[in-house]
Design a protein around this ligand. Structure first.
Ligand SMILES: [Mn+2]
Length: 323
C-alpha cells in the first residue's frame, strides 16, 4: 500500500462538507431510527466538524422526513414492505447527495435506516462518474450484508436489500419502485468490500460466493487483526478509486452500540470501528460517508453510548486523530 496521504485526491478542496440529515425508518419495522440525525446533531457532531475539524459545512438545517412524497397507500410488492415510500425517499435523497457531490463536496449522510444507502451511493456514484469519469468503490461496514434481493429476503424489509439494488443484482422496471436507478448510479460488485459481517442469510451467502464479492467477516478480523484486514480491503480497492463508506452502527458490537434495530453479538470494538474510519480517511480517497441505524429509542441507557460511538466514527472518517 502507498504511504497514507491526508490530501484528498478526488475533492477539489478538502474542506467543503455537505451534510444531509435523513429521518427515515421505512426500510425496516421499528420506529425511532428517524430520530437519530437530531440526536447526533444535538450531541454536537456538526459543530465539532465545523469548529474542531474546520470544515466549511453546507447543511440546510433540516432533518428530512419526506412526508410530502410518502404515499398513503403502500402495500407490499414483490415481497418488499413499503416499496413506494422507500423508493420515493431514496430517489429524493439521491438528488440531494448528487447535488453536494457534483460540487466537489464530501457528503455526510446521517440516517435513518440502511435502505437510505440506495439514495446516497447512487448520488455519489453518478456525480463522480460525471465529475471525474471514475467508478466508485463502496466499503460497507455492517453485521449484515444487506444484499438480499426481494426474492431471497425473509423479512421483506428493504434495509436488507440496498446493496442488491445498487449493484444491479436486484432489478425492477417500475420507476416508482427503484426503476429510477440507472446504470450510471450503480456500482460494480468488484468494487464492493464488506467489513464486520457476522449474520448473513443463506441466500446472501450464495450471492457473495457466486459474484466473488470481497468480504471480511469477524472471522477474518479475529484471524488477521483489523490492521491487516484494512490493508487487504484498501489494497483490493487500490489507490486510484474514490471510496464511499457506508457505516451501519450495528457493525459495532452491542457492547458499544446497543441502541440499534438488529444488534448482533460478536462485533467490532469501538476502537476497531474508529480504526476503520481512520484508515479510510488516510487513503485520501474518501468522498462520502453514511452513518445509519442508530436508534436512540430502543435503549434508555445504551442510546447515549450508541450516539457517542456514531459521532466518533464520523469524526474519525473526517480526519480526527488521537494525537
Ligand atoms: Mn446495514
Amino acid at each position: 500500500m502507498d504511504a497514507p496521504t491526508l490530501e484528498p485526491k478526488f475533492l477539489p478542496s478538502g474542506h467543503e462538507l455537505g451534510v444531509v440529515a435523513v429521518g427515515f425508518s421505512g426500510g425496516q419495522g421499528k420506529q425511532g431510527v428517524d430520530a437519530a440525525p437530531m440526536a447526533l446533531i444535538e450531541a454536537g457532531l456538526i459543530n465539532q466538524l465545523r469548529d474542531e475539524l474546520e470544515y466549511n459545512v453546507h447543511f440546510d438545517g433540516e432533518v428530512h422526513a419526506y412526508t410530502d412524497i410518502m404515499p398513503r397507500d403502500d402495500p407490499p410488492y414483490r415481497n418488499m414492505k413499503r416499496p413506494l415510500s422507500v423508493s420515493a425517499v431514496t430517489k429524493a435523497l439521491s438528488e440531494q447527495v448528487y447535488e453536494h457531490a457534483s460540487q466537489g463536496r464530501f457528503v455526510l449522510t446521517l440516517g435513518g435506516d440502511h435502505s437510505i444507502a440506495i439514495g446516497t451511493v447512487s448520488g455519489t456514484a453518478k456525480a463522480l462518474r460525471e465529475r471525474l469519469g471514475r467508478e466508485m468503490a463502496v466499503i460497507w461496514v455492517d453485521a449484515h450484508a444487506d444484499i438480499n434481493t426481494p426474492e431471497t429476503s425473509d423479512s421483506g424489509n428493504i434495509h436488507g436489500m440496498p446493496v442488491a439494488f445498487l449493484t444491479g443484482l436486484a432489478t425492477e422496471s417500475r420507476p416508482e419502485v427503484f426503476g429510477w436507478l440507472k446504470d450510471d448510479q450503480k456500482i460494480s460488485t468488484k468494487k464492493l468490500v464488506y467489513i464486520g459481517l457476522r449474520d448473513i442469510d443463506r441466500g446472501e451467502k450464495k450471492i457473495l460466493k457466486d459474484h466473488g464479492i470481497k468480504a471480511f467477516s469477524m472471522h477474518d478480523i479475529d484471524r488477521h487483526g483489523i490492521g491487516k484486514v484494512m490493508d487487504m480491503a484498501l489494497g483490493w480497492i487500490g489507490t486510484d478509486t474514490p471510496i464511499h463508506l457506508s457505516f451501519d452502527v450495528d457493525g459495532l458490537d452491542p457492547m458499544w452500540a446497543p441502541s440499534t434495530g438488529t444488534p448482533v453479538r460478536g462485533g467490532l470494538t469501538l476502537r476497531e470501528g474508529d480504526f476503520i474510519a481512520e484508515c479510510v480517511h488516510q487513503t485520501g480517497s474518501l468522498v462520502a460517508l453514511d452513518l445509519v441505524e442508530v436508534n436512540p429509542s430502543l435503549e434508555s441507557e445504551g442510546a447515549d453510548q450508541t450516539i457517542r460511538a456514531g459521532c466518533s466514527i464520523v469524526r474519525c472518517a473526517l480526519g480526527d486523530t488521537l494525537l
